[in-house]
Design a protein around this ligand. Sequence first.
Ligand SMILES: [Fe+2]
Length: 294
Amino acid sequence: MFDYPVDTQVKPEVTAFFDEATNTISYVVKDPATNACAVVDSVLDIDYAAGRITYDSADEIIAYIQSHDLKLEWIIETHVHADHLSAAPYIQDKLGGRIAIGENILIVQDTFGKIFNEGTEFQRDGSQFDKLLKDGDTYTVGEMDVFVMHTPGHTPACMVHVMGDAAFVGDTLFMPDGGSARADFPGGSAEDLYDSIQKVLALPDETRLFMCHDYGPGGREIAWETTVAEEKANNIHVGGGKTKDEFVKFRTERDAQLAMPRLILPSLQVNMRAGEVPRDGDGNMMLKVPVNKL
Ligand SMILES: [Fe+2]
């Protein structure tokens, strides 16, 4: 069943960057054997009310990589985020590296290409990204082998990236007291999310799990790292052997009550383009607000 090439003997150095505005955690992951690194889920700063985009969060990551003399090889998007904008092209412009996402980005581009009524100039073939990944694909960061698991449910293109003993779970799981992410976006599925979470929980117990988001439930301090063992035992949505039926019922009822994320409209337009802000015919960065489409 589980035939991914796990190697928990390799222990990458993981540095986290927390974005307070969107509760997103970005990571720099360093190969233990070389100076190669990857960036996972970077953030662009946006003041949506003012239509103003700035680069402080991305600059912090860039400064970290430069000051530690690291070589950036990969810029990873675990999925098309609906709550923050990706800074992938901005970072790539400064440091190089290849931008990767799951191959089902094509489904996301098709869905939201229609919602935003994009013209033919918006390619729906994933060509905005340097690499499209499918389940079981591997790549390297320096000498460290990485494999990906396709984990749909939250979105169709979600991928968990496993680098040695560290897994970057995107929005499949939250910290044990946070449970799981919503599964009601177009193309989402609570059933699929349950199955995807089981894939993550089939990794070795000691695997370090790194979250994409944390909201500090109950007022606890923000946290982003846990283990497979802790999630299996304590996750409030899937831990303690909760059944698929229980999960799907709970998730569906909960999702029906959730408001849309504040930044979903700008996020999707930018992130389905690998982080490029769309431009109008005159070359100005410009975002749309489709009315009554979501
Ligand atoms: Fe997400």
